[in-house]
Write a protein that binds this ligand. Sequence first.
Ligand code: B12
Length: 214
Amino acid sequence: MLEIYAKISEELIAGNLSEVPNLCRQALEDGALAQEIMDESLFPAMDIVGQKMKTGEMFIPEVLRSAKSMQAGLEVLKEKLTSEDADLGRGTVVIGTVQGDLHDIGKNLVVMLLEGAGFKVVDLGVDVKPEQFVGAVTDHGAALVGLSALLTTTMPKMSETVQALTEAGLREKVKIFAGGAPVTQKFIDEIGADGYGADAASAVEKAKELAQAG
Ligand code: B12
C-alpha cells in the first residue's frame, strides 16, 4: 500500500489531474480506507506543495494544478467519506471561505463530511462577504455558520462576519465555528466565535456538539 501512497503524492505534486483520481480509485479497490489515503498521501503531498510555493520552487499555475488534482482525488473518496448516517437531519449549516480568500479545498472537505454526517449544507463558495453570510442565515434559517480562511490577511474578515451577524440581530440564533490553517482556538475566543476545528473530522465533531448545545 505504501507504494501507491507514494505514487499518489508524487502525481499530486506533479499536478497530474487524471492520475491522482485513478490511483485513489485503485487504492480503494486494494482495500485502503479513504481516510488513510488522505492522511498518508493527499495531505502530506499538499504540505510539500505549500513548502515549494513558499520557497518559490512552485508557482501559482502549478499549485493550482496540484490543487485541482487533489479535488479530483477527493471526489473519488467522497462516496466513502459520506456514506455514514446521511439522513439524520441535524439542521442547516451555512459555510464559506471569507472575503478576499480563494482557498476552498479544506472547506470543500468539511462540506463533504458535514453532509455525510446528516447536516444540510448551504455552501456559499469562496470570497464570501460578511453580508452574504448574514443573508444566507436569514434565507435558510441556519443554526450553524462555518467560516474558512487560509490567509493571515483574511482572518480579520472572520471577525467582521461575527460582528455583522451580531449587528443583524442573529448572534443569539446561530453558533459560529471556524477553521483553516492559520486559525487557532485562541483566535476563535478573541473574535467571539463558538468553536474551532483543526481538520474536517474535528469540524464535524464541533458542528454536532454546537447543534446539540443550540
Ligand atoms: C492550494 C493552495 C493555493 C491554491 C488554492 C486553490 C483552491 N481551490 O483552494 C491557489 C493557487 C489558488 C492559492 C493562491 C494563493 N495562496 Co495559497 N496555498 C495553497 C496550499 C498549497 C494548500 C492549501 C490546501 O488546500 N490545503 C489542504 C486542505 C485539505 O487543508 P486546509 O485548507 O488547511 O483545510 C483543513 C483545515 O484547515 C480545516 N478547515 C478548513 N476550513 C475549515 C472551515 C471550518 C468551519 C472548520 C471547522 C475547519 C476548516 O479542515 C480542513 C480539512 O482537514 C497552502 C499551503 C498549506 N500548507 O496550507 C497555500 C497557502 C495557504 N497560500 C498562501 C498564499 C500566500 C497564497 C497567495 C496569496 C499567493 C499569491 N502570491 O498569489 C494566493 C492567495 C489567493 C487568495 N486570494 O486566496 C500561503 C498563506 C500564507 C499566510 N500565512 O497567509 C500558504 C500557507 C502557502 C505558503 N506556505 O506560503 N493557494
